[in-house]
Design a protein around this ligand. Structure first.
Ligand SMILES: NC(=O)c1ccc[n+]([C@@H]2O[C@H](COP(=O)([O-])OP(=O)(O)OC[C@H]3O[C@@H](n4cnc5c(N)ncnc54)[C@H](OP(=O)(O)O)[C@@H]3O)[C@@H](O)[C@H]2O)c1
Length: 317
């Protein structure tokens, strides 16, 4: 595998790969900072390419992991597809639906497997919530929330690099989660966004999705708080589930009672993401989170931006 991007998140990929992940071997890395990249490569017996295009030319690289600012994803994806390299691309798959669709089409035309790293799908407590949804009867609505501290990088407030603010950066996790939990598509969204501390992109958003079934999903996103919180609540006719990612607990409410609290053993998500990617490549089976999945989440984000700009609900294409 070749890894492009060795920043905050790319360094986590590198650490897991160097510690050993079943089916994976890291052979080459690329980042902008050549001195730091060369040193890292030397320390770990890897090849370093200052230009990611050189990494794509390597015959020992069969699959490419893309962990860069999302504005680079399209160009890397198209070049990697041309070079016949399988792709694991971090969320958001692209900055726009048009770009994401072009990437998916290019990978398909080249016969190259493409996985979108919607890592939240691999969070144990959310998987458990999905397994146990039926216990609360038909779900009337969902309430999803992700709050985080102010953006850790300057580029996250640059529209040309990030593509958008909290809607695209962290909302994309929850949009995909909604599809994962329900197995259904959202058909309409109403969104409001605000800038509290950022200058180019939103750092606060409230959204309401309507699913094809008529059920609703409320989504709250922000990067204004001290500390983090990520929660998924499913509100059903017979009870309610509250999944808290920070504490990895799943709580069931019935009447006024806490009917059940399950502590779900947690596991960082990058390792299972990499394992699933490698397994699909080796078994030649469909990717567990496809390029199309990444595209659909981007389409939900794009529709949310349109809704916020127009001040009314819009259909999701
Ligand atoms: N799934 C998750 O939970 C999760 C969590 C965090 C981030 N992410 C995603 O991961 C991606 C990266 O985020 P991050 O926080 O790691 O950002 P980051 O710390 O800024 O890292 C970006 C990396 O991309 C490299 N890069 C930029 N331009 C490049 C180029 N032209 N050629 C080669 N490398 C280049 C940078 O190199 P230098 O460092 O040398 O400048 C840096 O190593 C984003 O898409 C983000 O949404 C996902």
């Amino acid at each position: 595998m070749g890894l492009i991007g060795l920043g905050r998140h790319g360094a986590r990929y590198a650490k897991h790969l160097l510690d050993g992940v079943s089916g994976c071997r890291l052979v080459a890395v690329s980042r902008q900072n050549a001195a730091a990249g060369e040193q890292f490569a030397k320390d770990h017996g890897l090849a370093f390419s200052a230009d990611w295009r050189d990494l794509l030319r390597r015959s020992d690289v069969q699959a490419v992991l893309v962990v860069t600012p999302p504005s680079l994803n399209r160009e890397i994806c198209l070049a990697a597809a041309k070079a016949g390299k399988a792709l694991l691309i971090e969320k958001p798959l692209a900055c726009s639906t048009a770009e994401a669709a072009e990437m998916v089409a290019a990978a398909r035309a080249a016969g190259v497997p493409l996985m979108t790293a919607q890592t939240l799908r691999f969070t144990p407590v959310l998987r458990r919530l999905r397994e146990r949804l039926d216990a609360i009867g038909p779900v009337e609505f969902f309430s999803l929330c992700m709050r985080a501290e102010r953006p850790p990088h300057a580029w996250l407030d640059q529209k040309d690099k990030a593509g958008g603010g909290v809607v695209l950066e962290i909302g994309i996790h929850l949009f995909d989660l909604l599809r994962y939990l329900t197995g259904r598509e959202a058909v309409e969204v109403r969104a409001e966004t605000a800038r509290r501390h950022t200058t180019q992109v939103e750092d606060l958003a409230h959204l309401r999705f309507t699913l094809a079934s008529g059920a609703s999903c409320f989504v709250e996103l922000s990067r204004v708080s001290g500390g983090r919180l990520c929660r998924a609540e499913a509100i059903g006719q017979k009870g309610q589930w509250l999944a808290d990612v920070g504490t990895s607990t799943l709580t069931r409410i019935e009447g006024w009672q806490v009917a059940e609290v399950e502590s779900v053993p947690d596991r960082p998500t990058i390792e299972p993401v990499l394992e699933a990617f490698a397994r699909s490549l080796m078994d030649k089976t469909p990717m567990p989170v496809s390029g199309e999945d990444g595209l659909r989440a981007v389409a939900m984000a794009e529709a949310a931006y349109r809704s916020a700009a127009l001040g009314k609900p819009v259909e999701i294409g």
